[in-house]
Unconditional design. Structure first.
Length: 593
């Protein structure tokens, strides 16, 4: 599968590898100025980012490869070839003491909890994750922090130059974006001598490029759901089969409570691969008297924290555990290493050192994150599946709506990408009773498709992104009209007019309700995040400038008055991790430094 900018909202890695294993470079017109060759010893950090982006797959070629699926197992073999060309062998990865984690929902959060718990033991941790929200350096972390620009540049050019020097002149194959970063992460972790590496799967598991790992210390499977159906299959059972592909003989694996049939598939995969599979205890089983405090908000994070506790405990048992006094004792795992015919629940044994500090200190940007900026409060969650949107709604209603005193305005800022069922996601958001719904692409600026190197994405065209927003707005309008009159909490219908424009111009407010019929909640489309955020904040967020220009449409102008006069504005940003990442870049400029 072609590997693009990220592994969650786009479709960069897994079963649809390109036929020749490399990335199709973006069109020259999109890339802009040509790059100077980096072969003479390397280049700057910004040169590294721009060169990395040439490994993305452009949108048209991405669609072609989806139609012409190759042999995914052959592509996994190609990944091993790229690794060897970079100067490493798969055997070298055994030194990294890897925790390998897959799943549909919460795998990143579970990894973040796990890394923070083990770091609290004084261990030097590596953490590879995707996608990045603001800067690509976020994907490769040491001791919880993104590697520095200097380290990123050093290892980027080391790997890139080796691959350039060893490529076949006939086809010029280079690993695509996600593969390259995976290889680079392995180099970083080995040369920077981490004690362990927490590695998050990109998509799926069986054919994900991270699955060249042959001997992890422990594996984890977070909650399963329907996502990336064009790659992983359209049923939970097919998806579970892909996720179970990371199981290794004799390596203990843990999963959380799953629906019966997917759990059966995981169990069969574990038996097939001679892997002991266990069900994690509930987080309640780890709590003696007081509830554990989690650094990540939302009741759904308790499941992720429970998985992390078990992964951390098992790693400590199999690799030895440092106690609070800094001493060391041999830690033998109480987990059997033979095959199992069913997932089993291990007896609860607390870690020798209580992991409460690690759970409490965990931070994971863009997941149930709250940014209070004066009268405007931003609620950011990169949920992009039906079950994760459900969890997001529960969190938002508890965190935001419980504080409603009747004088606030609620705004939804939404985008969805890939093959997701937007109608199903938006329908779940109706109970939040938003006063306004705003839709925009994931571009921070109208020109950000070429100006912001860290967030460039060639997997989708500007035209397709805007078309998707218009479709999302139409879906929201239809859902509200179907819902009208059924819910006593919905506001009185507001009559606003507007016509769908077949070819809206970029750089302006694109669309307001596409129907003259009564609506419950006005909706608007903007061409980029900067314009959308400024309109929502109306100059009341100190990090954002006031919106420029007039908005002649009734929905825009009346909304501006309400937003300027409201005692509080509560904004939920969700539907895409890319959308959340772009919003964070604008709302917290320090993240770009």
């Amino acid at each position: 599968m072609p590997e693009g900018w990220l592994a969650e909202d786009a479709e960069p890695d897994g079963a649809l590898q390109q036929a020749r294993g490399g990335g199709c470079r973006p069109d020259a017109a999109v890339m802009g100025a040509a790059l100077t060759s980096p072969m003479a010893g390397g280049g700057s950090f910004q040169d590294a980012i721009r060169t990395l982006n040439t490994l993305q797959t452009n949108a048209s070629f991405l669609e072609q490869v989806k139609r012409e699926r190759g042999d995914p197992q052959a592509q996994l073999e190609a990944m091993r070839g790229f690794l060897e060309r970079s100067g490493l062998k798969v055997e070298d990865l055994d030194q990294l003491n890897i925790i390998h984690v897959t799943g549909t929902k919460g795998k990143g959060s579970a990894c973040a909890f796990t890394e923070c718990i083990l770091r609290s033991y004084g261990l030097r941790t590596g953490f590879y994750s995707s996608p990045h929200l603001v800067q690509v350096r976020e994907r490769i972390r040491i001791n919880g922090q993104p590697i520095s620009r200097e380290l990123f540049s050093k290892y980027f050019w080391l790997v890139y130059n080796r691959l350039e020097e060893t490529k076949d002149p006939a086809d010029g194959s280079m690993p695509a974006y996600f593969r390259f970063l995976t290889i680079m992460a392995f180099h970083v972790f080995l040369q920077e001598k981490v004690d362990l590496a927490v590695v998050e799967v990109g998509i799926g598991g069986a054919y994900d490029c991270t699955n060249i790992i042959r001997a992890p210390v422990v594996c984890g499977v977070s909650s399963l759901g329907i996502d990336h159906t064009s790659i992983l299959g359209d049923t939970m059972e097919k998806i579970a089969w892909q996720k179970g592909g990371i199981f290794k003989p004799g390596v203990p694996a843990f999963t959380v409570a799953q629906p019966e049939r997917p759990l059966e598939v995981l169990r069969d995969r574990a038996q097939e691969r001679e892997c002991p599979l266990y069900l994690c205890p509930e987080l309640d089983d780890f709590e003696d008297h007081d509830a554990l405090e989690l650094g990540l908000a939302g009741s759904h994070q308790r499941c992720n924290a429970a998985l992390a506790l078990q992964l951390a405990r098992t790693w400590l048992q199999r690799r030895g555990c440092r106690g609070e006094d800094g001493g060391h004792r041999d830690g033998g795992s109480d987990l059997a290493v033979g095959p199992r015919t069913s997932a089993q629940r291990p007896s609860h044994q607390p870690c020798p050192v209580p992991p409460t500090q690690g759970l409490r200190d965990t931070e994971w940007l863009g997941r149930t994150q709250v940014l209070p900026h004066g009268p405007v409060t931003w609620y950011l969650d990169g949920a992009h599946t039906t079950s994760s949107i459900q969890a997001c709604v529960r969190w938002f209603r508890q965190a935001a709506l419980s504080q409603d005193n009747g004088s606030e305005v609620r705004v939804l800022l939404f985008n969805a990408t890939g093959d997701r069922d937007t109608a199903a996601l938006l329908k779940l958001l109706l109970p939040c009773h938003f006063d306004y719904a705003v839709f925009c692409p994931n571009f921070t600026q109208v020109t950000s498709v070429t100006s912001n190197a860290d967030q460039q994405n060639f997997n989708v065209t500007v035209e397709n992104a805007l078309t998707r927003c218009l479709q999302n707005q139409q879906t929201w309008t239809r859902l509200l009209e179907e819902k009208g009159g059924q819910d006593p909490w919905l506001p009185a219908p507001l009559r606003v007019g507007g016509l769908l424009q077949p070819a809206p111009s970029r750089g302006t407010l694109l669309l307001v309700p596409p129907s003259p019929r009564p609506l419950n909640s006005p909706s608007l489309v903007f061409p980029c995040l900067a314009q959308a955020l400024r309109w929502v904040a109306q100059g009341r967020d100190p990090h954002l400038a006031a919106p420029m220009g007039a908005h002649p449409h009734p929905a825009a102008s009346s909304g501006a008055v309400l937003l300027r006069e409201a005692a509080a504005i509560r904004v939920l940003v969700t539907g895409s991790l890319h959308l959340v990442g772009g919003a964070l870049r604008l709302l917290d400029p320090t993240l770009s430094q």
